[in-house]
Design a protein around this ligand. Structure first.
Ligand SMILES: O=C(O)CCC(=O)C(=O)O
Ligand SMILES: [Fe+2]
Length: 351
């Protein structure tokens, strides 16, 4: 007779919560490390920006990378811009970082901000600074350098921007958190949406230590034309984000015509500009290289995080994305002090 033994008790996962739509700035701030801001630019500037980027983005690239033994292509078009103003930003070594926006492919020097992007950026820098001042908590590894060029009452400046074009309802971007290679830990990213409304989804990565007591919830934020989402410090460490394909969508009707007296041209396109601050202490020449001889990428250890206090980050080989899927598998823990990075909030408090 066979005695059927009960299987050993397995670790129980906490039950799943249904997705929640966050339809107001108040709800976004309550549930996520983000803030949402509506009608951020004067509406004429938002229309101009839409028309100019809608046209230039028609031939932006689709990113390509190796996933195991398969070459895959991103389901949206993308482009990378550097800012050329103000002393802090005229450093051309940042051009090197553009290659890594395109998964390590050699690219021509990136475009510089257009006059409309520059105007939008200045408005957004003020808004981001106000929001950072309002936040109750600053994390130990956040950037605390004071050198913000001529505008030194700002706490955050953008020196690059990555832009995406989503056409129709099926262009999308999958779940990810942004590489921190040049942004450093606890970065702030300001993401402007223009054109048709799309859903932006966020989902927390629950640390292994909490997996039995709580489960992740997906938050869906509808982003209309001329809205800004600020992904504040800890968003890339705690949450993944995506723009999912959707079953239906609105058509966007710009408020102003492309040319005075011209027709209003409806569009099914959303353009997103993510304004980013690439930190001077994470410049391309300071990024560790792996055995394949190319710069590594910096990722947070999301599963074992400790909310600002003892978080770990890995420098990992990135060659696999381009090198027919072959990687040297190198990884190394980020050591802020030994690598001479900073000043950070923590290092300023010690002084
Ligand atoms: O289109 C968006 O809002 C998100 C884009 C994004 O996640 C990225 O550029 O890393
Ligand atoms: Fe992203």
């Amino acid at each position: 007779m066979t005695v059927l033994k009960q299987p050993p008790p397995s670790k129980k996962a906490a039950s799943r919560k249904p997705p929640l739509t966050l339809s107001s700035p108040k709800m976004v701030a309550e549930h996520t490390p983000c803030t949402m801001h509506l009608s951020v630019l004067p509406s004429e500037l938002a229309s101009k920006l839409f028309y100019s980027l809608e046209e230039s983005s028609r031939d932006w690239q689709r990113n390509k990378w190796w996933l195991f033994d398969r070459l895959v292509e991103s389901p949206h078009r993308t482009s990378f811009f550097v800012r050329k103003t103000d002393g802090i930003n005229d450093d051309e070594t940042w051009h090197e970082s553009a290659r890594y926006w395109y998964n390590g492919r050699k690219t021509d020097p990136p475009d510089v901000f257009s006059s409309e992007m520059e105007e939008a950026c200045q408005i957004i820098e003020r808004l981001v600074t106000e929001e950072i001042r309002r936040r109750p908590l600053r994390y130990p590894l956040e950037w605390a350098g004071g050198d913000m060029g001529s505008a030194n009452d700002l706490l955050w400046r953008a020196n690059v921007a990555a832009s995406n074009r989503y056409e129709g309802r099926t262009d999308s971007v999958g779940w990810h958190s942004d590489h921190l290679t040049y942004l450093g830990p606890y970065c702030t990213i300001a993401s402007l949406s223009i054109g048709t409304r799309r859903m932006f989804s966020l989902r927390e990565i629950v640390p292994s230590s909490d997996a039995e007591i709580r489960s992740a919830q997906t938050f869906n934020i509808p982003l209309p034309h001329n809205s800004l989402v600020i992904m504040h410090a800890s968003c890339q460490e705690r949450f993944k984000h995506s723009i999912p394909p959707q079953p239906a969508m609105d058509v966007y009707r710009p408020t102003y015509p492309r040319f005075p007296g011209g027709p209003i041209e409806p569009s099914n396109c959303r353009i997103n500009i993510t304004f980013r601050f690439y930190r001077p202490d994470f410049k391309p020449l300071t990024i560790p290289q792996c055995k394949c001889g190319i710069p590594t990428v910096l990722r947070p250890d999301m599963k074992n995080r400790n909310d600002g206090q003892k978080d770990r980050y890995w420098w990992t080989c990135f060659a696999g994305a381009q090198n027919n899927g072959k990687s040297c598998n190198m990884w190394k823990v980020l050591d802020v002090e030994a690598e001479g990075r900073g000043p950070t909030v923590e290092s300023m408090q010690k002084d």
